[in-house]
Design a protein around this ligand. Sequence first.
Ligand SMILES: Cc1cc2nc3c(=O)[nH]c(=O)nc-3n(C[C@H](O)[C@H](O)[C@H](O)COP(=O)(O)OP(=O)(O)OC[C@H]3O[C@@H](n4cnc5c(N)ncnc54)[C@H](O)[C@@H]3O)c2cc1C
Length: 461
Amino acid sequence: MSPNVVNTIVANELCIGCGICTGICPQNALSMKFNECGEYNPYLEKDCLERCELCLHICPFHDNNENENVLGTSLFNNTKDIKYLSETGYYLDSFVGYSLDFRQNSASGGMATWLLTTLLRNNFVDYVITVTAHNNPDKLFQYTIFNDENSILTSSGSVYYPVEMSQVIKSILDKPGRYAIVGLPCFLKGVRLAAQENKKLNERITVTVGFVCGQMKSKHYTTYLSTLANAGGRLQKVNYRGKSPDKPASNFYFHCINKYGDEGKIFWNDGMAEAWVNRWFTPNACNFCDDVFAELADVTFMDAWLPEYSSDSKGTNLAIVRKPFINDLILKGSKKKQININKIPIKKVIESQQGVIDFKQRSLSYRLNLAKKNGLKAPIKRVEMSNKINLFKKQEIKVKCKMQNASKEIFIANYEDNVFNIGIFRNGMKMCLNKIKNKKLSMRFFTCVFFVHRQLKKILR
Ligand SMILES: Cc1cc2nc3c(=O)[nH]c(=O)nc-3n(C[C@H](O)[C@H](O)[C@H](O)COP(=O)(O)OP(=O)(O)OC[C@H]3O[C@@H](n4cnc5c(N)ncnc54)[C@H](O)[C@@H]3O)c2cc1C
């Protein structure tokens, strides 16, 4: 059989589960299903066309496809006054602010919801495609198409759960119109690659709204959080970004209701952060993504993780704009007092995502190196593989990769019939956490010894 996403991308654990391949396949040969790690993958339902390979040409993690620099240049380079930085990709302007109407129910400042409703109200698009709750315990969220403002409001909030685009791509191909679509960096790369291959997608997807992404999570992350919050089992309802008036925006909470009506709530600082920062339940493909700021989106929203804003419990956005008409809409929205927004230097935007940049961009070459050393396939990226990184960072990355894999294996071994043995899981993960702690301590010790040795040498000289 000729190469396809299943035998080339999925087989090498490089699939992010965006589902665009499945939506665009001319033979309808693919379907999207959860694998045992709780991540979406395409499955071959019947033979595909010999030498078609369309699924590979649009895959964001396939080697031969154009990278974000090339795609970004063809999308934005001709825009008047556009600028470029390696961290952010192309940018026209950057803003900080929030929506006056949608802030409370949104993930950060509600700017994404404001822009999507504004696009529809002002007839820039006919449809808006967002991620919404699905009320199905086996598939809690999905991509959905809307053509009314009120429905868009139901999709406010960030979803740290797998979603895939196959059905909405099929709908766009079936139904003419102008569509705005939201997406994480790798999903929008897939959308842009697909638009190059398919005229209908190119004409109909007229606005792309991106989000900064630190990493994606498998569905097991949600099972873990709900069990940690004492409301495990089959879930009815989940909110990942609750806001408390007495807490800073950065200490948001996860809230869920299971099928027995039990409610669970857990704050970022009390358990969510541990699983997030240590990359538990993160897909392998995320290890090879260096697009922090959704470089191919017309506009990118993120949290204002800067001390002057994150202390405000209500949440604040930063935005990078790449299309002039979105700049105009933002300035008009501000004049009409729909949004409270100010310009902010791009370097502050970069500063707000320093941790994500360090991991995704600065240590990617080492992760590529590590993959090769471990005999694993990694895609070709904008940087070469390299071993040149400080010893402590090396150790930290190694342990985090180990934790990422261990979280999947230990979860699978301790989950049966919707019951998850979180005690055994946490004990297993503790061993990895202790390794990080010990490595940190020994690094500190060696740094001290090195410092004292240098000082002594100076004195003796
Ligand atoms: C997996 C993930 C990781 C993220 N990592 C970071 C990060 O490291 N740093 C940072 O500053 N910001 C990150 N964000 C973005 C941040 O959480 C907010 O989405 C962003 O600030 C927009 O906030 P808002 O209040 O304007 O959005 P809202 O007004 O609440 O609107 C949110 C929009 O996002 C859409 N959406 C929700 N979940 C998803 C999803 N999984 N995929 C695609 N669209 C979705 C919704 O449909 C809705 O339209 C991440 C988001 C996600 C989903």
